[in-house]
Design a protein around this ligand. Sequence first.
Ligand code: BGC
Length: 387
Amino acid sequence: MSDQASTAAPPKAGLADLLRHSADLITGLQDPSGAYPASPTFSAYRGYSWFRDGSFIAEAASRAGARWKEAKLTDSATRFHRWCARILTDREPHIREIVAAQRAGHHVPERSMLPTRFTFAGEDGTDEWWDFQLDGYGTWLWALAAHGERTAGDLTPFRAGASLAVEYLAAFWDRPCFDWWEEHNEHRHLSTIGAMVGGLEAIADAQQPDGTSLLPVATRTLARRGAHAAREFTSEHGIGPDGALRKWVGSTEVDASLASCITPFRLVPPGSPVARATLDRICADLEVGGGVHRFRADVFFGGGQWPLLSCFLGWALADSDPELARTYLEWAVAQTTPTLDLPEQVPTHLLHPSHLEEWVERWGTVATPLLWSHAMVITLADVLGLT
Ligand code: BGC
């Protein structure tokens, strides 16, 4: 027996310990500005907060705050939403200008579009990035509406920012952009469309504590029209020959981020044939032993398995098959380091192992902790009634 085999393995994290640690990381690492770092020390992410990651992190903080009656967590989510709203209102003249140009039929160059990530101070980044991504603005609207509904809080401070996000998405939803994985800006990605539809519909329905609508009628109409057009587009172009949502328009591949089009974004109804075909395809092509890959051609750090994607898959399955959903949560929980941190991905099953080294050389070891991974464990545990 080798030394290694005789050394006792570190005890596996219990769910309760991991949930507590995850919540503490989220509040402890949140910047005073309200921004959530994607990962505090990872070279390529340090100093930046993403609308996409942050909105899912805020959702987890909001859920845990409500479940555990911890005002600190609820306030953390509120502070992130304030940070997002300010980013938008600070850019109001610019947003109005590009939306007007688009409506007038002028081409708006990609460099004029809003970035996907910002410094904690709310500035655009100065590093090169694959910045034009629309999904984060939809995800933010969805998370804001969910937080408002959960807390019955006054959303007035967010109205101006949310209205600008609606105008932006309603004008640009059908434009190709980089996807969740910051790739392929030449395509229209169905998970990006899902986030926009989910956000536009949720914010159009959002109500104030007194039962009045958050948004004025004209903005609600804009949001609903944009979402409707994106739904029509999905029916026409978004479904592949196997009946599953496509990774992008024209592709016959699937992407694990498409699980979000079922839950939480409801681009396709849970239980519908398209939802079932999409989840079957994700399980068949991308799931190995509970761990979920992003997409088959993924070479990033060799193309490992992402705890946050196992949680998205579990979330989409939670209503129809909670037992199966729980196995995905368990897989994610088992990926903690001895200090209970969760990485962005794990190399337990690599799709393209020969590509691992080049990424380690370029950016260092995999981002750990990744706050979005921690957030998704909280959310799935909460959905399954395990918080
Ligand atoms: C992922 C993005 C994520 C970013 C920050 C990238 O590697 O592809 O989805 O938003 O990291 O976590």
